[in-house]
Design a protein around this ligand. Structure first.
Ligand SMILES: O=C(O)C1=C[C@@H](OP(=O)(O)O)[C@@H](O)[C@H](O)C1
Ligand SMILES: C=C(OP(=O)(O)O)C(=O)O
Length: 434
């Protein structure tokens, strides 16, 4: 699908955001492992969390949608069934890596596959600790398809070589079926939804974060509520800040502190963002967000421990930087090269096509802001976050921008194009070949 986005100087309204993707995956997996029926309020229609559901169905998990909720009947400890066919994780790294942790300790063979993008992403990072725990795992040249022959697992203490919530979660999920206590140590904190859902406390020790899980514990079925996705909100925070006029409001957005660094960075650049009605719901903090047309944004330098907290937001942060005055430097973000695309290269590609001055570094980007962007023909390259970041850049460019492969947005945000059209004014977004 090709989308054309026209410039829109004024934005206003309340875009409908999708449920948090990270929380949705975990809510479904923990409900499947629990004993009893869990109700999940606000599950996501996005393709990635739907991939998790279809894999769980293949593992014998029953679920039904009723009155706007998803009811999942858990199979209890060790209750998942041998799948009859490979488990297709689609485009979703979270599905593949978290399920690998679940399957490592189950007494059957399973195969995890994914689309071309996912089949190019590194999987040794989960295979290594899971093998250390005793699982028999074969990769295809370091990638999916992954064949897992589950075994009885022994607990380990694992120091994460890369800051990754997916690897951390895979080890903790495997730890659930190991005998004894498994510990994950992280030097740079990553999102902590898994710990929150399992009720695990982290201990800070010598600047490192230790999370432990006792094997064999039962997960209880419960009501789970998925807040709105702050990573999806970030596109509208940037759009609202870059607009010449208007206010955008979003309610019920998950503001877990391990996910909100973009809001702080945008604030430091001069964006006028207000957080209102902060509350806690089902173990996760939420709030309403308001962003005003901000004007006069300035460049920033970021790197180090903040990066895992805003890793998915860097393409849209680069769009902000292109508009800000002065230089923005993003360091320590080499992980971007192994996402759905090489997001360093692809962000530089679309912004350069739109006239920005942007330089690729091995671990980040350097952007000289302030050159007005112009409409261009750009490619999402199969990456949802690139499709959406390019659309936000297009709103404040001169002339129309054509985005090829715009359907990718549905991986995390199926209603994105309609939400954008609604805040920017009908006709800003036109679609071709939907
Ligand atoms: O655990 C999660 O839900 C996620 C963790 C991050 O990946 P890594 O764990 O590979 O850093 C993030 O990029 C991804 O979108 C979702
Ligand atoms: C990297 C992402 O997701 P995943 O790793 O689950 O494919 C993302 O949503 O930007």
């Amino acid at each position: 699908m090709t989308v054309t986005v026209h410039p829109a100087p004024a934005l206003a309204g309340s875009p409908v955001l999708p449920p948090d993707k990270s929380i949705a995956h975990r809510a479904a997996i923990f409900a499947a492992l629990a004993s009893g029926v869990s109700e999940i309020v606000g599950f996501s229609e996005a393709e990635d969390p739907q991939s998790t559901l279809s894999c769980l169905r293949q593992l014998g998990v029953e679920m039904e949608e009723r009155d706007g909720s998803l009811f999942i009947t858990g199979r209890g400890p060790g209750g998942l069934r041998t799948p009859e066919a490979p488990l297709d994780c689609g485009n979703s790294g979270t599905t593949m890596r978290l399920l690998a942790g679940v399957l490592a300790g189950l007494p059957f063979e399973s195969v995890l596959t994914g689309d071309a993008s996912l089949s190019g992403r590194p999987m040794e990072r989960i295979a290594a600790p899971l093998r250390e725990m005793g699982a028999d795992i074969s990769l295809t040249d370091g990638h999916a398809p992954i064949t897992i022959r589950g075994r009885e697992l022994t607990p380990i203490t694992y120091r994460l070589p890369v800051a990754s919530a997916q690897v951390k979660s895979a080890v903790l999920l495997a730890g659930l079926s190991a005998r004894g206590e498994t510990t994950v140590v992280e030097t740079e904190p990553s999102r902590d939804h898994t710990e929150r859902m399992l009720g695990l406390d982290a201990i800070d020790f010598d600047g490192e974060r230790h999370v432990s899980i006792e094997g064999g514990r039962e997960i209880r079925a419960r009501l789970r509520v998925v807040p709105k996705d702050v990573s999806a909100a970030s596109f509208f925070l940037v759009a609202g800040a870059l607009a010449e006029d208007g206010v955008i409001e979003m309610s019920g957005v998950g503001l877990n502190p391990s996910r909100t660094a973009l809001i702080d960075v945008l604030g430091a650049m001069g964006a006028k963002i207000t957080t209102m009605h902060e509350r806690d719901y089902a173990g996760e903090p939420l709030a309403n967000l308001r962003v005003e047309a901000s004007g006069g944004l300035v460049g920033v330098e970021i790197g180090g421990a903040i990066i895992p907290n805003l890793i998915d937001e860097i393409p849209v942060l680069a769009v902000t930087a292109a508009h800000a005055s002065g230089q923005t430097v993003i360091r320590d973000a080499a992980e971007l090269r192994v996402k759905e695309t090489d997001r360093i290269a692809v962000t530089a590609e679309f912004l350069r096509a739109m006239g920005a001055t942007i330089e690729e570094r091995s671990d980040g980007l350097v952007i000289q802001g302030g050159t007005p962007l112009r409409g261009a023909e750009v490619h999402a390259r199969g990456d949802h976050r690139i499709a959406m970041a390019a659309a936000i850049a297009a709103l404040s460019a001169s002339g129309a921008t054509t985005i090829h492969g715009a359907e990718a947005a549905s991986v995390s945000f199926p209603g994105f194009w309609d939400a954008l059209d609604a805040v920017a004014g009908k006709g800003t977004v036109s679609m071709d070949g939907a």
